[in-house]
Design a protein around this ligand. Structure first.
Ligand code: GLN
Length: 247
């Protein structure tokens, strides 16, 4: 592995951290350390400007509606141009649940509409109906990435992608973006590096191959280029889940 450092910027790490989503950052940090890759983590809260060239990966965790409301306007104003510039040079933007809901045009909550950062063509709204809640598995078509992800979803907002936008994956079990169209998350942006998902858990401890795909993509190398780690337990868990699901 060349002498590289994965430089991560966590956006609103205190407000957007539902279901311990910050655990995803620990996975990046540990797997870099095990491989001898440097790791730098910085945080950017409300009012903080970000430098689009200073980070390889920008991360937003999930959040309750009230916490999202605090972040949405800041994201869509203070950080908007920098995030567009970062996605434009192929940096990864990885957003979970409440973060995913802020990646698009906006999030409609009854009378209120929170602005989105406009990195991808999607819109989210609260609708009548139950929360979309429970365990979820999705199938991916991600070059060099895992075939499936497993996680947990719990959201009231329903997300709808624009016609030209692709989901991150297709729902095998669970609800996904809106419980209706079979899509889960989003993968878009000029380089396909703007990634959103409803999957918590946190997601990456259960899906280490996806953590590696994100890491490699952020570093600009093919996923196979990262030295292998011992993922025997994770692979066994996925194999058992697939078997139980009849896949
Ligand atoms: N506030 C959002 C919703 O309920 C997302 C919640 C979350 O991040 N789990 O739709």
């Amino acid at each position: 592995m060349p002498d590289r450092t994965l430089r991560v910027c966590a956006l609103y790490p205190d407000l957007m951290n539902i279901y311990a989503d910050r655990g995803n950052l620990t996975v990046f940090e540990r797997r870099c350390a095990w491989r001898g890759i440097g790791f730098e983590l910085s945080g950017a809260g409300i009012g903080d400007a970000i430098d689009p060239g200073a980070h390889d990966l920008f991360y937003i965790g999930g959040g309750q509606d009230r916490d999202q409301a605090l972040c949405a306007r800041d994201l869509a104003s203070v950080k908007r141009d920098a995030l567009h510039a970062a996605a434009g040079r192929g940096a990864v933007v990885f957003a979970v649940c409440g973060g995913l809901q802020l990646l698009g045009h906006g999030y409609e909550l009854g009378e209120e509409r929170l602005p989105g950062v406009g990195l991808v063509d999607l819109d989210t709204r609260r609708e009548e109906g139950p929360r979309l809640l429970g365990n979820i598995a999705i199938a991916l078509d991600l070059p060099g990435g895992p075939e499936r992800l497993a996680g947990f979803e719990n959201h009231a907002g329903r997300t709808y992608l624009g016609a030209g936008e692709a989901p991150l994956g297709r729902v095998i079990r669970g609800n996904g973006n809106n419980g209706a169209d079979g899509g889960e998350g989003v993968r878009g942006g000029p380089h396909g590096t703007v990634i959103g998902t409803y999957m918590h858990g946190p997601l990456l401890p259960k899906n280490t191959a996806f953590a590696d795909w994100l890491t490699a993509t952020a570093l600009g190398v093919a996923p196979g280029y990262l030295p292998a780690l011992d993922d025997e337990l994770e692979a066994a868990a996925h194999a058992e889940a697939a078997r139980a699901a009849g896949l």
